[in-house]
Ligand binder design. Structure first.
Ligand code: GAP
Length: 454
């Protein structure tokens, strides 16, 4: 059977929607922006919070074998020597002799400058770590780095976690936090930024079980994206070749997403072996062994690392959820977000601004926002308000009309199907809870009816 052709949305449409509706803005825009840095607006910040919450729930809250950590961004500089980042975290950089633009030589197709066609310099290695100074004196001794990955905070805390939690192998540490890389080539919106957020797991296992846990995490992580609504045909695995393996990795698979610019990495799952614990033990002089109670032997655990990006996940979700449907003379733009991810879960819409409707609608709004992110919108026609909510991915709208004042019932309207159902206000919270919890279309209340918007 022929494979379905994955649909690719135009990146311009995503960028424009994000800007127009307050998901993502260029950083410090009033000063002309700062290259490859982005600010998440009122809806973007909710989307990001929901992504992180879904990840934390899946990898920490619902598991016995994982604990969380929040290590500081600035770390002892020796960390980066031991980790190999001072020496090895570099990309080959070339500069155009005419226009002086700089490029990653391994990204280039030909031998000349892609911008002006000029001659390029020989490549030299460019370290991607941002440097800063700790304390009031800017001297070599006070140099510290903005972490380029959150992972090292988990390795250096391995012993603290073992001693305070009494976790036994296999177990993992999970962390969400900012990372910084002075990327040579950036672009494709939030795909490659210089400041971004990672969601990383360091999963410590007995050395002889690394292969089985590596396979386990590859499957587990792919399933997480699918559960959150990303179409399976837009995801694929890609194994790293020997040449592209990071200096710490024995084996690595990327989970790629079919972004508008093509297939690209969403998450990497690496088998880091014992590289990190051995390096930090030797550099710090502290043993980072683990005592195996069963065999009564000291072992150095091996590490499986699923490392995801919050920003790339947000971009993949936006691209995957984006849809356009013909709608009479216009086009209905909608984001089919999973209910767990939608920035706004419910919109409360009084049919008009007439005074009589306001107290009922405001009371419903006040009640629902105790539980969810809810918007109150009374501007323009009801049709326009539905479209506004569709465009930001709000799964459900509650409409309060004049009849509501008499029968104490309201209408719920569903984003994807545009089906509507009328039910008693007293039943509303329960019905929304069921629907937002993933139940199929509402069961009809006694005497209730479902109809289509139009
Ligand atoms: N600790 C392993 C590690 O950092 P990585 O493949 O370099 O591995 C992991 O990064 C994830 O972090 C990537 O899959 C991507 O989602 C995200 N990421 C890396 N660099 C990024 C950048 N410049 N901008 C946005 N996200 C980035």
């Amino acid at each position: 059977m022929a494979q379905p052709t994955p649909t690719k949305v135009d990146m311009e449409k995503i960028v424009s929607l994000c800007r127009r509706r307050g998901f993502i803005f260029p950083s410090s825009e009033i000063y002309g922006g700062l290259s490859s840095c982005w600010d998440y607006g009122p809806l973007g910040v909710e989307l990001k919070r929901n992504i992180k919450q879904a990840w934390w729930r899946a990898v920490v809250q619902e598991r016995d074998d994982m604990v969380g950590l929040d290590a500081s961004i600035l770390m002892h500089p020796q960390t980066w020597e031991a980790s190999g980042h001072l020496k090895g975290f570099a990309d080959p950089l070339v500069e155009c002799k005419s226009c002086h633009l700089r490029w990653r030589s391994d990204d280039l197709q030909g031998n000349n400058c892609p911008s002006c066609g000029g001659e390029l310099t020989e490549p030299h290695l460019f370290n991607l770590m941002f440097k800063t100074f700790m304390g009031p004196i800017e001297e070599q001794a006070s140099v510290v780095y903005l972490r380029p990955e959150t992972a090292q905070g988990m390795f250096v805390n391995f012993e603290n976690v073992v001693n305070t939690t009494r976790k036994r192998l296999p177990f993992g540490i999970a962390q969400i936090g900012k990372a910084f890389r002075n990327e040579i080539t950036t672009g494709n919106f939030i795909f490659r930024c210089r400041e971004f957020e990672q969601m990383e797991i360091e999963f410590f296992v007995k050395p002889e079980t690394d292969k089985e846990w590596f396979d386990y995490w590859i499957e587990e992580r792919l399933n997480w994206y699918v559960k959150l609504g990303i179409k399976r045909e837009n995801l694929r695995f890609r194994q790293h070749t020997e040449e592209e393996l990071a200096h710490y990795a024995r084996e690595c698979y990327d989970i790629d997403y079919l972004f508008p610019m093509g297939w690209a990495e969403l998450e990497g799952i690496a088998n880091r072996g014992d590289f990190d614990l051995v390096q930090h033990a030797s550099s710090s002089g502290k043993s980072l062994d683990y005592f195996d109670e069963e065999t009564k032997q000291h072992v150095t655990p091996h590490i499986i690392e699923p490392s995801a990006g919050v920003d790339r996940t947000a971009l993949a979700l936006l691209c995957d959820a984006y849809d356009e449907e013909p709608d009479e003379d216009e086009i209905r733009v909608l984001l089919h977000f999973h209910t767990d991810l939608a920035p706004i879960k419910v919109a409360v819409l009084p049919l008009s601004r007439r005074e009589s409707l306001v107290p009922v609608a405001k009371q419903i709004y006040a009640d629902l926002r105790q539980q969810w992110m809810v918007q109150y919108d009374d501007a323009q026609s009801i049709g326009r308000r539905y479209r506004r909510q569709d465009e930001i991915g709000t799964p459900l709208c509650v409409t309060v009309d004049f009849q509501s004042l008499e029968d104490e019932q309201v209408t719920i309207r569903e984003r994807d199907t545009m089906n509507q159902i009328r039910l008693p206000i007293a039943e509303l919270r329960k019905a929304l809870e069921a629907k937002l919890g993933g139940e199929p279309l509402f069961a009809l209340p006694p005497g209730g009816k479902i109809w289509k918007e139009g």
